[in-house]
Design a protein around this ligand. Structure first.
Ligand code: NGO
Length: 460
């Protein structure tokens, strides 16, 4: 008999409750598990049920493995889908499932990964493949940073030069990341993600980070004179003009379009690093723009700089500076607004792992795997104001999907566990052991990843 080394708790993110039945296993065909859809399936060795799973919420699930088979139950299809991710991880490639019961639900409703398409564009197929890798760790939001100084990546009817110029050849950092999504392509990404219970969160960054828009439409600049395209990685030099009516016609056309093609509830308006916008202009601009998402049926999200201005009810603030900086969090708590935590020194996937990492930046310091894991979003805020956690991947140094994945894995699983698992259920030593098995799986799937030295990866 082969020793049973697999444990029911060998899952990332760690489930909320695991009750093993160590003498029991049940064996399934891994391919059959991979093919399961999150729809009721009343018969057979693997049963999927929609119904009350014991108050586990819209994303929760209960998984029971006995010698007779597997029962997965959830209140909603999303719960079945996350339960299937757990089942797939447990099945591995031998299909042996350890017996017992898992009752699981996320700590936070918002668990995101962000991809910066502006500094380097990724195609529809590349984005879809990324979604497939993210959902394995129960990530449920995909934030797309669609516009910045170096590129404009979403078609906007009536404003064709945004993408003709801003998405054309020579755009992106070093001119190496051209491309844009037509509205049909964007809708395709949104539908693909939605079928995997992932909500797309589009970001149009303003009033700063807009050089690509100013290049395309000189009437948006302060003096109406053309500005030169930029492909360097500087920040803080461009701004929409708060005192010009053309600005608001443009902004409204863009936000209306994006709201129209986005079924999800959020619309991210950026708001970061407006170093060339006066404080007064910044306030005046946001006073007009922050209410627009609600006008088009959406909830506004902005980077935490927006908390220097009055925040309409329902606005969500995304904190991005290192974990222990002020970053307007006092004002956010006073206003009682919800927060998404993306501290750069923990969750920025574009920070280098170590001094030798060939890609990435280091302005927030190095972010080895342990640092991405060992922090808590509630260190700075009351739990009830936390909407969730997001891991941004800015693409100044990326040139390929291999680059994207190298910086994502294995840090994304660490942030995913911070977002899903109850604080008391998180433990670095346990995470280290559970993560080790993923290296061979990424290799088998042809996924590039960084061999983080903190982990005892299997040889090979
Ligand atoms: C900052 C900046 C981005 C950079 C990123 C690089 C935010 C919110 N604005 O994060 O423009 O790409 O750092 O790490």
């Amino acid at each position: 008999m082969r020793p049973q080394t697999k444990q029911l708790a060998d899952v990332i993110p760690a489930p909320a409750l695991v009750v093993p039945e160590p003498t029991v296993t049940f064996t399934v065909a891994p391919d059959a598990v991979a093919a399961l859809a999150p729809a009721p399936r009343p018969d057979g060795p693997i049963r999927l049920d929609l119904g009350d799973a014991g108050g586990l919420g819209p994303e929760g699930y209960r998984l029971e493995i006995t010698e007779g088979g597997v029962t997965l139950r959830a209140a909603e299809p999303a719960g079945l889908f996350w339960g299937l991710q757990t089942l797939r991880q447990l099945a591995g490639d031998d299909g042996v499932l350890p017996g017992g019961v898992i009752e699981d639900r996320p700590r936070f409703a918002y668990r995101a990964a962000m991809v910066d398409l502006a500094r380097h564009f990724f195609t529809v197929d590349e984005i879809k493949a990324h979604v497939d890798l993210l959902v394995q760790f129960k990530i449920n939001h995909l934030h797309l940073h669609l516009t910045d100084d170096q590129g404009w990546r979403l078609e906007i009817p009536g404003w064709p030069r945004l993408t003709e110029v801003g998405g054309g050849p020579g755009t992106g950092c070093d001119g190496a990341g051209p491309g844009f999504l037509t509205l049909a392509e964007y809708a395709d990404v949104v539908a693909y993600a939605a079928a995997r219970f992932v909500t797309v969160v589009p970001e149009i960054d303003m009033p700063g980070h807009v050089n690509a828009a100013l290049v395309a439409y000189p009437e948006l600049t302060a003096d109406g004179q053309p500005v030169a395209p930029r492909t360097d990685a500087e920040v803080g030099y461009s701004s929409l003009v708060a005192g010009k009516e053309e600005t608001y016609a443009f902004v409204e056309a863009v936000l209306r379009t994006v709201a129209d093609v986005t079924p999800g509830p959020f619309l991210h308006i950026g708001g970061d690093e407006c170093l060339s916008t006066s404080a007064e202009d910044y306030r005046a601009f946001l006073a007009r723009v922050l209410p627009l998402p609600a006008k088009y049926g959406k909830r506004a999200i902005g980077w935490h700089e927006i908390a220097a201005t009055p925040l309409p009810e329902g606005t969500v603030v995304q904190y991005w500076r290192p974990l222990h900086e002020e970053g307007n969090l006092t004002a956010v708590v006073e206003a009682g607004r919800q927060v998404i935590m993306s501290p750069a020194d923990r969750t920025y996937l574009d920070m280098k792992y170590d001094a030798d990492t060939p890609l990435g930046l280091d302005w927030a310091g190095l972010v080895p795997l342990h640092r991405a894991y060992d922090w808590d979003p509630a260190e700075r805020l009351p739990e009830e104001l936390l909407l969730g956690v997001a891991a941004p991947l800015w693409s100044e140094t990326l040139r390929s999907v291999a680059d994207l994945r190298y910086l994502t894995f294995p840090r994304l699983p660490a942030v995913a566990e911070v977002g899903w698992t109850p604080r008391a259920g998180r433990d670095w030593e346990s995470f280290r052991k559970r993560l080790a098995g993923f290296g061979p799986r990424w290799d088998a799937a042809g996924v590039t990843w960084f061999r983080a030295p903190e982990i005892d990866w299997p040889a090979g």
